[in-house]
Ligand binder design. Structure first.
Ligand SMILES: [Fe+2]
Ligand SMILES: [Fe+2]
Length: 392
């Protein structure tokens, strides 16, 4: 039986549509920026995990919105500035004094307001004429709903701005991003003991490359090793997040790369967390952790951080992960070996992030970046650490 086709609804005109996306762009760009700033200062492990995951979702969404803005004839690098009402809400998020206050605004106000606007947008657009927007908004809706369920308040209040998509955009104006004070050190749950030297059980031969490298194989040493590795992953996520937050002048793709790496490192921490609890009989917080290595890298400028962390520490860790995998496979420890196989795979793009953005900072001269890496490596000890601290 033939059904008569639905008539076209018309929906929004192209300019109205672009204004709506410009508003979403501003909300999400600032959520990535501020979330990257607060990640290291959020002490709760579970919240840190979720935040690292959401940051990368939001960064990818910003890239897709930029693309849609370009298609809708709008400058996608900087689509004007938000109007007073949205700017006031964003300012409140910037004024948060601690991580919980920030999360309360991000997940209790900004994301719910964004969700409300997307629902209105989806209800009023023409699903055929504007199918690309419909697809993008449907994905955006589901992602934001998940974020609010995971980190939002139990009772989500009515949004402060009824339809932020309909707010005007100030064309040819910009909204600069505010950068937070530098970190002293990352925050950990109160039950995790932080000491200047970290876990004294972790010795240099775990972190050297070559014949002297020792692969931890019995459960006793693996407990300490994976606990230390889990903290190193958290520190790596926190470093990448601060690289993004502290450098809003960098191209957008840099922020996407940092958000991706941040999420990877967060996932690595979750893997070690699970491995400890299920196979090794120990838990996060069983041993002390130290921030010596984190601080030695964090003290550098962006180029130095990329050259020493991505270009050296992670590059050298690739050899160790491959070696650890081989030794553990020979011993029949298949699951632990599999972990190293994936750590190794993820390390390749992380090292590349160093090359890509280090080269960018040196005016596109890759050779100058490699030279910088060589120069900074000269000051390292055998474990690849500039201070007495363990990398991964
Ligand atoms: Fe990692
Ligand atoms: Fe990494």
């Amino acid at each position: 039986m033939a059904t008569s086709p639905e008539p076209l609804a018309g929906g929004y005109d192209v300019d109205e549509n672009a204004i709506r996306f410009s508003n979403y762009f501003h909300v999400l760009r600032e959520l990535v920026h501020l979330g990257c700033g607060w990640l290291a200062l959020e002490p709760r492990l579970e919240v840190k995990y979720a935040l690292g995951d959401h940051l990368y979702d939001d960064a990818r969404t910003v890239s897709k919105i930029r693309r849609r803005l370009y298609e809708l004839r709008t400058p996608s690098d900087y689509p004007g500035a938000p109007d007073e009402a949205l700017a006031a809400l964003l300012d409140r998020a910037n004024d948060a004094q601690d991580a919980s206050a920030y999360l309360a605004i991000a997940y209790g106000e900004l994301k719910p307001a964004l969700l409300a606007a997307i629902r209105i947008h989806l209800a009023n657009l023409d699903p055929l004429i504007d199918e690309p927007s419909a697809r993008l908004l449907t994905q955006l809706l589901h992602r934001q709903e998940r974020h609010v369920v995971e980190l939002g308040p139990r009772e989500v209040p009515e949004p402060a701005v009824e339809d932020l998509g309909a707010l005007p955009i100030r064309l040819r104006q910009t909204r600069p991003l505010r950068v937070m004070e530098p970190l002293d050190e990352p925050a950990r749950d109160a039950f995790v003991q932080v000491t200047p030297e970290g876990d004294p059980y972790l010795t240099d031969e775990l972190y050297v490359n070559g014949e002297e490298n020792h692969v931890p194989s019995d459960p006793g040493e693996q407990r300490h090793f994976f606990h230390g590795l889990m903290d190193a992953e958290l520190c790596a996520a926190e470093l990448m997040a601060r690289n993004s937050h502290e450098h809003p002048e960098m191209p957008w793709d840099f922020h996407v790369d940092m958000a991706r790496q941040c999420w990877d490192e967060i996932r690595h921490a979750e893997i070690h967390d699970r491995l400890m609890a299920t196979e090794l009989g120990c838990h996060w917080g069983d041993y002390p952790v130290g921030f010596g290595y984190f601080k030695s890298i964090y003290a550098l400028d962006l180029l130095g951080r990329l050259a020493l962390f991505n270009g050296t520490s992670e590059q050298k860790a690739m050899w160790r992960h491959s070696h650890r995998r081989k030794v553990l496979l020979e011993m029949g420890q298949v699951t632990v070996a599999r972990v190293f196989d994936y750590l190794l795979a993820d390390e390749v793009p992380h090292v590349h992030n160093g090359v890509r953005w280090g080269t960018h900072l040196l005016g596109g001269d890759e050779r100058a970046y490699r030279e910088k890496v060589r120069e900074l490596r000269a000051g390292l000890d055998a474990t690849g650490a500039p201070a007495a601290a363990s990398p991964s």
